[in-house]
Every structure is written in C-alpha cells, then in structure tokens.
Write a protein that binds this ligand. Structure first.
Ligand SMILES: [Zn+2]
Length: 1088
C-alpha cells in the first residue's frame, strides 16, 4: 500500500499541506519548532532582538533569602519535615498590615499616575531590558542549543530486528529456591548497610560487550563450587576466570539453572537458543545447585580489582533479568530504522529507544501505547491471564522534528464524515461498498451513506482512488476542523486567556519570589503560544495578586498607569472590572510592564502572612466566564490557606496515619469544596496550573484537586530559595507558559465491537462514563484507558481503537484530533504474552495502584499488585511454558522485567514512604504519576544511572547506563542518576583529584561543598561533557530536574540511595533479588 504523504498538497484538504507551517508549530520567536516542546530557550531569540534573561534584581535577594535551615536539598521537595517557624514573631500584626488597600470592599482605583503605597507615579513604563543581563553563567544549565527532544543516548543502534523481539515468549530462566525466603517484603538477608569497602566487581557490569546480555548463563558446572564459569558454554564470551565477591552472608538462594537470553532473534522458546544447552527450560533433572558468577564477563576494569570471594549460595544479581540489558538490546534491534505503523498489532520499540515513526495508518506510539498488541478473543481468556488491557494515550504528544504533524482536514460546513450509529470518525479502516456510495463502520458495522461531496470511486481492490490523498483514509492520526456544531452553545469560541495570580503574602515577598515572577513575566509574555504563522499570540492576559484579599488590575492600553481594584469580600467572589482586565500583550505592553515593576514594590513591606486559595480560583473562573472564553490560571502560591474564606483549610497532616486504615485520608481532599469548584472550572474551560512554594505542609492533596481535575499541572518548590531554585522554577514556568495546550477538551475512545473502554486514569473530570473532560490538555498529559470485553473478538478482524479529542486551539480554533490504532486478537495465550509491553503495563499498574490508595489501605493495594502480577506470570508458566521443574522461575520474554519494575512501584514513596518523605510529597507524586506517559514512568520508577567518568568527552553519546544498585558503584567514579524529577551527581571518595578539579574547580574531594546544587562552568572537556549531558537530560524531560550533588559518605547519600532501586530500601522495600524470590514463591503457590 502506498501511502504518500507528499500527495497531501492537493485541493482535497483545502489546507496548506506538507510542512503545514500554519498549524501548531509554536513558532515562538520565529523559530519553527515543529511540535517540539519549548524547552529550548533558543526560542527566546525571537521578536525581541536578543531577549535577555533579566538578571535577578540586584542587591535584592541576597539579604532576603530564607533562613537557611530549610533543607535546600530534598527528594522532590521537602525532606526536613519542618520549616523553621521564623514567621512566628512576625505574625502578630496579622491585619493586612501592608499599607495597601484596606479591608473593606472598595474599588479604589488609584487613578492615573496617582499611585498609592509609595510607588512613584513615574514608575518607568515598559521596563524592557535596561537592567537585563545575559543569562547568568550559573544558569548555563539552561541550554541554548536546540537539541531534539528525543536524544539518542547510548551506543548507536546497529541492527534492525523490529520483529525479533516480538517473537516467542522466551524462557527467561530459572531460579530454584532451595530455601524459600520468608514471606512478606521485609524479608531478605541483611546487607552491608553502607558503601562496601573494597570496590565490588559489580561495577564492571557497566561494560559488557554490546548486545551480549549480561545475564546469559551457562548451565551449572558439575560441581557446586563457586569457581570460575566454564567458559566454553558461555557462547565463547568468557575468557578469563572471574573474580569473586566478598563473603556476603545471608543470601541463601541457590540457583540451579541458567538465566536465559533476551530479546534476540530466537524464533521460539528457548529451544533454538544456540548457547547453553540447558537453557532455561530443559526438562530433566535439575542440575546440582550452584552459584552463577556474574563477573565471568570480562571487562576492562576487572584486572584492577582485588580478588574477592563470593558466597557460595548467593543469587547472582547478574543472573536475573537486567533492565539495562533489555533497554540496550531493544536499542540495538529497533533504533536504526523507522517504525512504520502500517501493520496491525505491531509492538513498537521501547520508550527508551530512540526511533522515528512513519504513520501508515495507525497512530504513532508517541500518541498511543498499549499493554498488549494482541488481545485475547474472549473475556475468559483475558481473565485467566490477568493481563490488563489498557492504552496510554497522549493526544497532543510532541513529535520529533522529522516527523509529520497531524494534517488538518477541512470538510467545510458539513464537517467530518462519521458513522451514523456510533459516530466514529472517518478512518482508514472504514469499508467503502456499493461502488463507494456507502461505507460500513469498522467499529459497529453500521452502513452509512457517503455524503455527495465526499463521494469517490473505488479501485479494483475496493479502495477509494483518492485514499492516499486524504489523511483520514490513509493515516493513523489527523485532525478535522470542527464546525459550529462542535462548539459550546453553538458558537465558535473566543481565543483563550491566561491569568497570572500571584501570592503576595509575607513569604512570597521575602523570598524574592514575587519580584522574580514579575521580572520573568515581563519577557515571557512575548512568548505565549500562537498558531504557527500568526504574528502574535491570540491569548489575552490578566493579572491578580492576593494574600487574604484579592487585587485585580486594570491594564487597559489607554491607561497611563495600571489601576488596582481590591476585593476583600472573598466569601462571594466576583470580578470588579470587565473592561481592561484581559488584554492583548502588545496593545497593553507599557501598562503591563509598569504593573510588573510596581507589584514587588507595592508589597515589599507586607506583613500579611495569611492567604486564601479557593477565592483565587473563583476569581479566575469568573473572569473567564465574563469574557466568555476558556483559559488557564497560573497560580503562584506559598501556604496553607487558613484565612477566613471559602475553601479554608486546616493543617491535618499526620504521619502517624501511615500504615493504618486511615492512611488514605492523607491522599483525599479535606473538603469536597474543591471538587465542586473543579466541576465549575471544567464547565468553563478554566484550567489551573499551580506553582507551590511551601515552607511547611500546605495540603497538596486538597489544593491540587482543581488542578488535577482541570487537566492542569502542579509544580512544587519546597523551601524555595532564589539562588538554588530560581533556574528550576523559571525553566518550568517558561515551558509551562509556552507549551502546546488545547482548551475545553473532550476525549472519547471508541472501540470495535467486543471490547469497550471501562476505566480512565489521569488528570481530568468525567461527568458520564464515556467522556473525558479537560479544561486544558497539554502536550505532556496522558490519559490511561482500560478496556474490558463485552463480547467475543475475532482473530480475523482484530480490534480497533479510535481516540477523538475535541479541543480549542490556542488561537481559538475548534478542532478534532483523531488517533486510530488496530490491534491483533488471539485465541492462544502465548500470543498475548508475546506481544506485551511491560513499560506500558507498569504505567497502568502504577496508576491503578495510586488511585487505589484513595480508597484502600496501602498494604491492600500493594498486596493486590503483587497478586495480580503473580497471576499473570503463573498463567504464563502454566499455559505457555513447556513443562519444567517447579523450582524454576520462568518469565515471558516480554515481561521479564515485570518483577523488577513492579518492585520499584511497590517501593515508591506513595506505596511505601521513606521517613524523610512528607505527606505533601506523596500527594504530589501521586498526582504527577497519574498523568505521566510511559517514558516518564519508566525512568521515574527505574532511574537512569550513568557513570560520568566513563563518558567519552569527544562524542555526543551518553555513557552506557548501569543498574541501580550500590554494588555497581565504584569509589573512584562519578555517577549521574536521573528520574525525571531529580538529577543526582554522586562523587566517590576515591575519585582522582584531576577529575574533581575539572568538574568542581576545587582541589580535593573534601573541598566540594556539601549540598551543592550547581556545577561550576569550567573550560575543560570533562566539565563541558558533564554539563552537556545534564542539559541534554533536562531537555528530554517535561520538568526541569533538581540537581543535587552527593558526596559519598555524606549524609545526603541516604537520599541518593533511596533511588538505587535494586537494593533493599531503608523504608523496608525489598531488593530486586529478594523480591524476585518472593514473586517466585507466590507463583509457585498459585500453581500448586
Ligand atoms: Zn459505527
């Protein structure tokens, strides 16, 4: 089938086609970046010649920093649980002490030029960049280079085996537990609690030869001696005798089999594997117990290591499936050729693989990923396997620059062609019949007349002759221009508005935050999203400041100075002005600049510590209502809203509830007030983005409700300090303001007969069982949808999904974005297990569990997760694997990482909090994960760990990742760990002085400051390389990650170790090895 995207230039579209600049390419600053999230500040080089980052106000913040006790370094935020209560003494005058507006309901326009509060009336209009300076050197972490979003890291892909990995569910291996571990997760042998003294050989695992899975092992040697591996059986891999581990008491496990290979081109389960004869599932007497030695793989560093002894009966961490190896293999197999979407049920490369997508009839995996691409024909089969059928959908996902954005199809007044019955949209799977006069719906089989204007003849194969000229007949993803029928009240929408709402209470002012935000907005407002070829953004802006009263600003272009109006009756919020509140940035430029200059001055002496919150949202909502448009509120908020007002909250944090039946209340909002408010916001298309700067508990679980249900984003900067946090905050803010977003969105997922969408996870609101409503939906948000059978499916026809998203673009255009995906159906369980995607499965399971904690005790949720996964694996073992001894653990090839990843979910802070994790952190993480895509959950649960000292300073590549375990670390190296929220740089105590000098600019390890959060900009290859790696990682993520430098044996190291997820955690989480044994036991119980 020739699908020619070039053909789209023709008239049928009525649209400019290839390259179609006019659309959704947020060409900020004249740099068209097709769909690339505006992480790149290159974009700032636009219309403002040389937009320069304003320097922080000079002489202002240094003296205003918070008392430095607040932990500047934390997990995602607060680690030390309590902030210094330094505001106590200042709270006495808790009247709105500021000289500002009084508490009565006044509209006190401080008229033209007559500014109150000591603001000089002559406040410079239009403070463009006199005070601006080039971006601070220290902030060089904000890269100016425009690296593509999907950086390739790791070795270049070498071969294409797109299909090979989908082949047989490989036997992964065997672990025979001669001494089953005790039940529960807290079991497991004690390990040396601290960094082991001598370097462990584990670190060498970083460098196994490419594409050689490091857990391929030969059958055991005849004796159980823990000696060298017999080389010959290792497919010729292993030369020199390995070193051995130091004695480590406790691991009582024995291994009597071999762990199997991997995503190679093995045609079938184990049998054809040319290597170890006893590969995984050879029936027959189990070989004598033995210990497998991971270190039999030669590695350059091996020789440097002292000879060590290994315990006799330890399960070898290298003998169990390695995430690093799976990622590496997929990259090598799938990374070099485009993923072409023309084939039904084709499993895409992993999210960790850098690949290009060509749309040939199915939606790109960037838009939709499924837990399985071959789904059981019957409900019974699905239940038996326990494999959840789910799709993770990211409707507005950012594509790679080389990929084509969805074309916009305009059918004029008649609108898109749809099935008469189920209302599915025209798509490549519709069948035209009767010479093209009718079409049969691929979802419900109903036959619909083709409208005369849409008629076209069929060719000899029954295809319309114009099919390749029409995106909706040839592509998996495309858009329709919506007609007025798709608009609220049958009226085309107005362009959306952004309202900036700034907390000006004591904390916000004293930390320098208010000034920082105002300075930033002065430039950022020139970069609001705009529709591709439009000269300026259609988005209007408005400004509100607040503490326990609200201040609205009239910034009408005709005014010489902004006017403030105060509303102190927060119980019944309304907007005191209509004209002049929402304005065009260009028209009101001078007045806005003046306002942003004045705000920090006006509140500089405030003593007001109390804030309201709900009235702020209400005010924004009312303003949008009055303007009859959708929009987004950007709320910058610092504290628990305890001032008398609707939605007032009390501090109800109570860590003692952890591990009790009441723990769930910590995740629930403390009042339903915000749920109702959220509903009103969704109705209006009012999306709320929340930037939180807490110094203590502020109840994220409650404050986040509206954000969450309106499709907004939450950002949290605990103990915000200008020096350490401003880069992160500003980068997040810039990206958040600029990123592609749709408003007033409704998403529906249609399916072919036999399955239907039954459950939804994500940041949205639902008023019925089918429509997912989002006041705003941006390019980073995903919705996970679960499907259940309601009838039988057939192998012939397969199953189809169609996701239709109706939304308003940033210019106010109403559109429909359609994504189609066709899946295979199977009658054999083996086919299901062969076509699963574990990363997507984990995304679903995590979201399912994170929702579960709202209603069930955390332990129940954890147990249910373990049980479901044990059933999944037991079903495979029982039905798909060939007979073998019960002592063998056999994992399906596509799911061999399920145990390790599942363990990471179980140990995560939501399900098993560490001591240092706050209640707000948990609520925050819970909400974040619920909107994450598969790539984000993957790195969040299993962080990426890179040995920086192994980086090749002359190439663009990243050093090969290593497994997340302390024993992989060497004292002589520097490592980077990232999880999408944080970047740790860990420095070993024995790192060469030269490296330390090059990276930190100090002469020895001991001179590196504790708690460092930036790297100095030094002119040497190593420093440049490390900073470029960090920049590259920052650009791959949707949030700017917090950088934390950790010195080995420093107290911060505990924080870092929390993310070494293959190890036993301090909070009681099992090590990977222990958990695998536990899963094995669970599976055996199910099978017996
Ligand atoms: Zn239909």
């Amino acid at each position: 089938m020739s699908v020619n995207q070039q053909a789209h230039t023709g008239p049928p579209y009525g649209q400019p086609q290839p390259g179609y600049q006019g659309y959704q390419q947020p060409a900020y600053g004249g740099q068209p970046l097709p769909g690339v999230p505006q992480l790149q500040y290159g974009a700032y080089n636009g219309p403002m010649p040389g937009y320069q980052q304003p320097a922080p106000p000079q002489g202002y913040f240094p003296s205003l920093g918070f008392p430095s006790k607040g932990s500047p370094v934390s997990l995602n935020s607060d680690t030390s649980s309590l902030a210094p209560n330094f505001i106590g003494s200042l709270r006495a005058p808790s009247t709105s002490g500021a000289s500002l507006p009084s508490d009565h309901l006044t509209y006190s326009p401080f008229g033209q030029g007559d500014v109150q509060n000591g603001i000089p009336a002559s406040a410079a209009p239009m403070q463009r960049p006199p005070a601006s300076q080039p971006y601070l050197p220290g902030s060089a972490s904000m890269p100016v280079t425009q690296t593509p979003t999907f950086q390739q890291y790791g070795p270049p892909p070498t071969s294409v085996q797109q299909l090979s990995k989908h082949m047989a569910g490989m036997t992964v291996g065997i672990i025979a537990a001669s001494a089953p571990p005790p039940a529960g997760l807290g079991y497991g042998a004690p390990r040396p609690p601290t960094m082991p003294g001598p370097p462990l050989p584990g670190q060498t695992a970083a460098g196994p030869p490419a594409s050689q899975p490091n857990h391929v092992f030969s059958p055991p040697p005849p004796s159980s001696v823990s000696g060298p591996q017999p080389g010959p059986l290792m497919s010729g891999l292993h030369g020199p005798p390995p070193p051995t581990h130091p004695p480590q008491p406790g691991y009582q496990m024995q291994q009597n089999g071999s762990f199997g290979q991997v995503r190679g081109p093995q045609p079938n389960c184990g049998a054809a594997y040319p290597g170890p004869p006893n590969y995984g599932r050879q029936p027959g007497p189990p070989p004598p117990p033995k210990r497998l030695d991971p270190d039999s793989i030669p590695s350059p560093q091996l020789n440097e290591l002292p000879p060590q002894q290994k315990p006799r009966h330890r399960i070898d961490p290298d003998a169990i499936p390695s995430p690093i190896q799976v990622i590496e293999d997929d990259r090598n197999n799938c990374g070099s050729e485009p993923f072409v979407t023309g084939v039904r049920g084709q499993v895409p490369p992993l999210v960790t693989t850098d690949f290009l997508v060509k749309d040939q009839g199915n939606a790109s995996p960037r838009y939709i990923r499924c837990t399985s691409y071959n789904i059981p024909c019957t409900s019974d089969m699905a239940k038996q396997s326990q494999v959840p059928l789910a799709a993770v959908i990211k409707p507005l996902a950012t594509l790679r620059p080389e990929e084509t954005l969805p074309y916009l199809v305009d059918h004029g007044e008649s609108g898109p062609v749809r099935c008469n019955r189920c209302k599915a949209y025209m798509c490549p799977f519709m069948q035209f019949i009767e010479g093209g006069r009718r079409f049969q719906c691929c979802f419900c089989s109903c036959v619909t007349e083709v409208p005369p204007h849409y008629f076209q003849h069929l060719d000899h194969t029954g295809k319309r002759v114009d099919f390749c000229d029409r995106p909706e007949l040839s592509l998996g993803s495309y858009e329709f221009l919506a007609t007025v029928d798709y608009c609220k009240n049958n009226k085309f929408p107005s362009p959306p508005a952004f309202i900036f709402m700034i907390d000006v209470s004591y904390n916000a002012v004293k930390s320098g935050l208010v000034r920082l935000i105002c300075e930033e907005l002065k430039s950022l407002l020139d970069y609001l999203p705009r529709e591709g070829n439009m000269e300026e953004s259609a988005i209007r802006v408005g400004f509100v400041t607040y503490n326990k009263v609200l201040h609205f600003y009239n910034v009408k272009s005709s005014l010489a100075q902004p006017q403030m109006m105060v509303v102190s009756d927060v119980a019944d919020m309304f907007v005191p002005l209509l004209d002049g509140f929402l304005v065009n940035v260009n028209e009101s430029r001078t007045v806005i600049a003046s306002l942003l200059d004045q705000i920090p001055e006006m509140f500089a002496d405030t003593r007001e510590t109390e804030t309201v919150f709900a009235p702020v949202i209400q005010a924004g909502l009312e303003a949008l209502k009055a303007a009859e448009c959708a929009g987004k509120l950007f709320i910058f908020h610092t504290s628990l809203p305890i001032a008398e007002a609707p939605g007032k909250l009390k501090n109800r944090d109570d860590k003692k509830l952890i591990n009790t039946d009441k723990e769930k209340t910590l995740f629930q909002p403390q009042t339903s007030f915000y749920n109702n408010l959220a509903k009103d916001c969704v109705t209006q298309g009012c999306c709320v983005d929340l930037f939180l700067f807490p110094n203590q508990y502020l109840d994220v679980a409650t404050l986040g409700v509206v954000t969450y249900q309106t499709g907004g984003s939450i950002y949290k900067y605990a103990y915000f300090q200008l020096e350490t946090d401003q880069d992160r905050f500003l980068n997040d803010l810039r990206r958040d303001v600029q990123k592609e977003v749709g408003f007033d969105a409704v998403m529906r997922v249609r399916t072919s007969t036999g399955i239907r969408a039954t459950d939804f996870f994500g940041a949205f609101y639902m008023s019925n069982t089918t429509d997912v409503e989002m006041a705003g939906l941006d390019c980073d948000k995903t919705i996970t949808v679960e499907f259940k059978h309601d009838d039988k499916l057939s192998e012939d026809s397969g199953a189809l999904l169609q996701c239709a998203l109706l939304y308003t673009s940033c210019a106010g255009q109403r559109r429909l974005r359609i994504h189609n995906l066709s899946l295979n159906c199977c009658t054999q369980l083996a086919d299901l297990y062969r076509n699963c995607e574990t990363d997507t499965l984990i995304n679903y399971l995590a979201k399912y569990a994170y929702r579960g904690v709202l209603s069930s005790p955390v332990k129940t949720v954890r147990d249910a997760l373990i049980n479901q996964c044990a059933q999944i694996l037991a079903c495979y073992r029982k039905n798909c694997a060939s007979p073998s001894s019960a002592g063998q653990l056999i994992l399906p090839e596509c799911m061999k990482l399920l145990p390790v990843y599942l363990n990471c979910v179980l140990k995560s802070d939501v399900l098993q909090p560490g001591l240092e994790v706050t209640t707000d952190d948990r609520a925050y993480i819970r909400q974040l994960v619920t909107s994450m895509d598969v790539a984000e959950t993957n790195v969040f649960f299993y962080p990426r760990l890179l040995p920086l000292t192994k980086a090749d300073v002359d190439s663009d590549s990243l050093p090969a990742a290593i497994r997340n375990s302390e024993e992989r670390l060497s004292k002589g190296d520097i490592y980077l760990l990232e999880n999408g929220l944080n970047i740790f740089v860990w420095v070993g105590v024995n790192v060469q002085q030269g490296l330390i000098q090059n990276l930190f600019g100090v002469s020895s390890f001991s001179q590196i400051s504790n708690g460092l959060s930036t790297l100095p900009v030094l002119e040497n290859p190593f420093s440049k390389k490390v900073r470029s790696i960090i920049d590259m990682l920052q650009m791959q993520r949707s949030r700017y990650m917090k950088l934390i430098i950790v010195k080995q044996e420093d107290k911060l190291e505990m924080l870092f170790k929390h993310f070494l997820v293959e190890d036993k955690s301090l909070s009681g989480g099992a090590s990977y090895v222990d958990f695998l044994c536990h899963m094995h036991k669970e599976i055996r119980q199910l099978l017996s």
